[in-house]
Design a protein. Sequence first.
Length: 528
Amino acid sequence: MALTRFERFQTWILRAFTRVIFAFFQLLAHRRSDGSSKLPPITNPLLMVSGTQLAQKIRLREVTSVEVVQAYIDRIQEVNPLINAVVKDRFAAALQEAAQVDKLIDEEEGGEDVLEDRLPLLGVPLSVKESFALQGMPNSSGLVTRRGVISGVDAPSVGLLKRAGAIPLGVTNCSELCMWFESNNRLYGITRNPYDTDRIPGGSSGGEGSILGSGGSVIGIGSDIGGSIRMPAFFNGIFGHKPTPGIVSNDGQFPPSSGLHEDYLGTGPMCRYAEDLLPMLRILAGPNADRLSLSSKVDLRKLRFLSVPHDGGSLLVSPVDKELIQIQRRVVEHLEADLGVKVQELHFPQLKYSYQIWDALMDLPDKDGKPPTPFVEFMSDHGRRVWPLWELAKWVLGLSSHTIAAIGLALVEMVKSSQPHPFYLKQKEELQRQLEEALGTDGVLLYPSHPHIAPKHHHPIFTPFNFAYTGIFNVLGVPVTQCPLGLSQGGLPLGVQVVSGRYLDRLSLATALYLEQAFGGWRDPGSS
């Protein structure tokens, strides 16, 4: 059943009205920029080594875990005043744990191989998104009324990384309740992009992206229901992976998933070096790792590479920047010249409805018929009920404890229909069928990470639907790896999404390793 002209016009008017309202009240905020500040370059060589290699050096006693942890603490203290990424540290505890690691290695009689098998990340520093439970650390997700909430246990995914030997340094900022792609909230403030502090680091895992991109962390963990791993990874020039759904536990996060959100939410690794993606995913997957056959070798020359340059022209989403179109074309040319493959360019007409499809699927109830928890209920956590219109009036006067993005989402929730239009559900089913057919068991697809290179602060208010370039793959249920591809003419990170078939994460991860070698991977923002 197709949309009528009136329904299409009504949808367009609603989205346009939302943009105008957001833009109008954004202008009323009178926020100012403090001016872009350049980060100092990295000088400690320990900060230029992957987590996998650091673990090996620690096991071989080439360096102590205390030296590595101290190097990262020093870097965080150097850059965090500029980027506001780490919102609560545990430096003293981390140094104590590092000393225990060094003692363990001195006493170990089984050799380096035994340690590698049992504790593959032994002594390696780790950063954690604040929305994950990390014992002894705050777990507010940027909500002012949760200021005093301290985690008594670890989220399962965090616990797996710790049991693999990783040492958490602290927790990082996110957008309020993790539902916006700028990491800003009234509890911790705004996080900045290390390549240009006047620009956003993305969200909701923006603190992770920022501290990793700045060289203040080497491995981290994020969550992704609309691109919350991949957008920060893109904007901050690092790697991020949204796994196949159902492989990595999403438990221990706030807000918890509800409705069908568990099917679309992904917990996954974020890191500066591609070689850390696969071992981190293996750890995070726990007993589910065997379902991904991560030990199987991937021959890139035997893969079929596909490229989709844009969404086909959505009315709600910005056109893709020319530099992003060009860098994806360069990837295609490099693959063809170096691997001897033929990259097929595809166009899926349903992609122009990516936002509408994502939005429709977010409203569906779970298998027991229970609808997702309204966003406004999460805003009311640990406090009185939130009334969006009243919060909007308070915000205009500078009195609200919520961001305009959160208030805007609550307002949209008030006026939108609770019944998703069958047209968009049909478009999703057709897109799913075509994508699965195109990928098969040996296909890898390239797709832009976002229409724009890292936007300036608060500009997402004017383009609220641009996350559709990442969000569509959440509802399609396929694994995606975000890969950095050098810097733009303005010195900002470029990148591309690499998509593979369900349970074939190893294909996109192998492609990420290849693209890192071909395009240089992460770059030190202080030297850029």
